[in-house]
Ligand binder design. Structure first.
Ligand SMILES: Nc1ncnc2c1ncn2[C@@H]1O[C@H](COP(=O)(O)OP(=O)(O)OP(=O)(O)O)[C@@H](O)[C@H]1O
Length: 445
C-alpha cells in the first residue's frame, strides 16, 4: 500500500500546481493499512481539515484507480512532536518559512508603477478613484473599510497600490502591506505548520494600512476567514485603514462568512465598471507615452473598439505592437495593427464546437484527444476530461447526450456527473478555477 500512496502522490503532482501539491499533498504521509483501508497521516489538524474538505475526493479517486473502488482512506493527525519541526528543503518553494515567520517584514509588496498619476479616471471608475483618493489622503477617516469591486483587469489592483504608494510618499514610516488574499492564506498555512501564529498575527495587526487584493478567494476557506476576521477587528478597533478588492459585491461572494460580509458593508463599497471607448483610448495613450510607443489615433481607436473591456488585455495588444515596431523598425499603422492582432481582436461570432474544446484542452494538458474520449481512469486523464466536458456544456449548445456521444459514446449520466463535479470543485479549489478560466478565455479569444 505504501507503493500505492507514492504512486498516487506522483499522479496528483501531475494534475495539481507545484504550490498546491507542496502545501497539501506532499505533507501527507503513509502510515499503514488495514484490510482495504489506507491509513494516511496529516502533519496537523489544519492540514487534515483542509485536505478532507477539498482534496480527499481527488486523492481517493487517485488511490482507487491504482487499487479498486473498495479502497477507503482514513486521514489521521500526526502526534505532536516534541523536537523542533524539520526545516524545509530549499527547493520546497511553498513550504519555505513564510515572511511573517522569519522576522520583521519591511517590504510593503507595493508595485511602484501603480500610482494615482498613472491611473486614468473616466466615467466607469471615477467613484472608485475618488474613494481611493479620499482614503489615501485621510486613512481610517470616513471610509473604513473601503471595498472596491469590479470585473477582471479593470484597475482594482492598480487603485489598491495607488493608495499605498500615496500614503508612503507622504509618510515613509507608514506601515503598509499589500497582500493578495491567496498570499495571506499561504502565509497563514505556513505559520500554522511552523507553529508561528504569534508572528503572523503581530505582523498583520501592527499595520497602519492593510491592502488585500482579491478577497473573494478566502470565501469557503474557514480558517483563513477566521484569521482575517480577527485581523480585521484588531485593525479596525485601533483605527487603522483596511482596503479590500473583489470581483463581486460582498453579498454576491458565495461562501463568504456573514460576519465578514457585514463588516465589508460597514464602510464604503465602490465599484469599477467596464471602461467606455474614450477611457480605453485615454488609458492606451497614457501607457504608450509611458513606454515611448508612438501610437497613431486611428490605431488607438482600433484597439479601444475591440470588444475587450479588460485593460490588461488592451495593454497587452499595445505592448505587442510596440515590440513588432521596434523589432522590424516599422512605424505602427492601422494595417500593421490589423495584421499583428488578427488572432487577438477576434470575431466573437465564431462558434465553439466540442471538437475545438477537446483539442484545446488536450493541448493544454499535453494529452491526446483520444485519451480525453477514452474511459481510462488514470488521474492525469480524469480531471482534464471532466474539465473538457464541463466546458462543452458551458460554451456550446450541445446537450448531455450529444456531448456523451462525442466523448467516446459515454452515457449522459456520466456527462452530468462530470459537469457537477467540476462545478463543485470550482467553488473549492481556486487553482482549478484558474485553469478553467484560462481555458475558457483561450477558447473565447
Ligand atoms: N484606469 C486605468 N488607468 C490606467 N491603467 C489602468 C486602468 N485600469 C486598469 N489599468 C491597468 O490595467 C492593468 C490591469 O489592472 P489591474 O491589475 O489593476 O486590474 P484588476 O481589476 O485588479 O484585475 P484582476 O481582477 O485580474 O485582479 C494594469 O496594468 C493597470 O495598470
Amino acid at each position: 500500500m505504501e507503493e500505492v500512496w507514492l504512486q498516487a502522490q506522483s499522479n496528483l503532482a501531475k494534475v495539481l500546481t507545484h504550490q498546491t501539491f507542496n502545501t497539501w499533498i506532499e505533507p501527507i504521509k503513509y502510515l499503514g493499512s488495514k484490510k482495504n483501508v489506507l491509513l494516511l497521516e496529516a502533519p496537523n489538524q489544519f492540514v487534515r481539515d483542509r485536505v478532507s474538505e477539498s482534496y480527499l475526493p481527488m486523492i481517493l479517486e487517485s488511490v482507487q484507480s491504482l487499487t479498486d473502488s473498495q479502497t477507503k482512506i482514513e486521514l489521521l493527525i500526526a502526534k505532536p512532536k516534541t523536537e523542533k519541526p524539520k526545516q524545509p528543503a530549499a527547493s520546497e518553494v511553498t513550504a519555505a518559512e513564510p515572511e511573517a515567520c522569519s522576522g520583521p517584514d519591511h517590504s510593503t509588496n507595493l508595485n511602484p508603477k501603480y500610482t494615482f498619476d498613472t491611473f486614468v479616471c473616466g466615467g466607469s471608475n471615477q467613484f472608485a478613484h475618488a474613494a481611493a483618493q479620499s482614503v489615501a489622503n485621510s486613512p481610517a477617516g470616513k471610509y473604513n473599510p473601503l471595498f472596491i469591486y469590479g470585473g477582471v483587469g479593470l484597475g482594482k489592483t492598480h487603485l489598491l497600490n495607488a493608495i499605498g504608494n500615496h500614503v508612503l510618499s507622504v509618510n515613509r514610516k507608514a506601515r503598509i502591506c499589500f497582500y493578495t488574499s491567496e498570499k495571506f492564506m499561504n502565509e497563514l498555512i505556513n505559520c500554522l505548520r511552523y507553529q508561528k501564529m504569534d508572528q503572523f498575527r503581530n505582523k498583520f495587526r501592527k499595520m497602519d494600512i492593510l491592502l488585500i487584493d482579491d478577497i473573494q478567494f478566502i470565501a469557503g476557506k474557514e480558517r483563513t476567514q477566521e484569521e482575517f476576521f480577527h485581523t480585521f477587528n484588531s485593525l479596525y478597533e485601533s483605527h487603522k485603514q483596511i482596503v479590500v478588492t473583489s470581483d463581486k459585491f460582498p453579498k454576491d461572494i458565495p461562501g463568504l462568512e456573514e460576519r465578514l460580509r457585514s463588516r465589508f458593508e460597514w464602510g464604503l463599497i465602490a465599484d469599477i465598471q467596464a471602461p467606455d471607448t474614450e477611457t480605453k483610448v485615454a488609458i492606451l495613450r497614457k501607457k504608450a507615452d509611458a513606454d515611448h510607443i508612438s501610437l497613431p489615433d486611428d490605431v488607438a481607436l482600433f484597439l479601444a473598439s475591440s470588444s475587450t473591456t479588460n485593460v490588461r488585455e488592451l495593454e497587452g495588444m499595445l505592448i505587442r505592437l510596440g515590440a513588432v515596431s521596434s523589432l522590424t523598425g516599422k512605424n505602427i499603422t492601422l494595417d500593421m495593427a490589423r495584421e499583428v492582432l488578427k488572432d487577438i481582436i477576434v470575431d466573437k461570432s465564431k462558434e465553439i464546437t466540442v471538437e475545438m474544446i477537446q483539442k484545446f484542452v488536450a493541448e493544454h494538458f499535453s494529452l491526446k484527444v483520444a485519451d480525453l474520449k477514452s474511459d481510462k481512469r488514470l488521474k492525469a486523464l480524469v480531471i482534464p476530461r471532466q474539465i473538457a466536458i464541463f466546458l462543452c456544456r458551458d460554451l456550446t449548445k450541445s446537450s448531455y447526450p450529444e456531448i456523451g456521444e462525442r466523448f467516446g459514446g459515454k452515457d449522459h449520466s456520466t456527462i452530468i456527473h462530470s459537469v457537477k463535479k467540476v462545478e463543485k470543485l470550482l467553488s473549492q479549489d481556486f487553482e482549478l478555477r484558474n485553469t478553467v478560466d484560462t481555458l475558457r478565455k483561450g477558447l473565447l479569444s
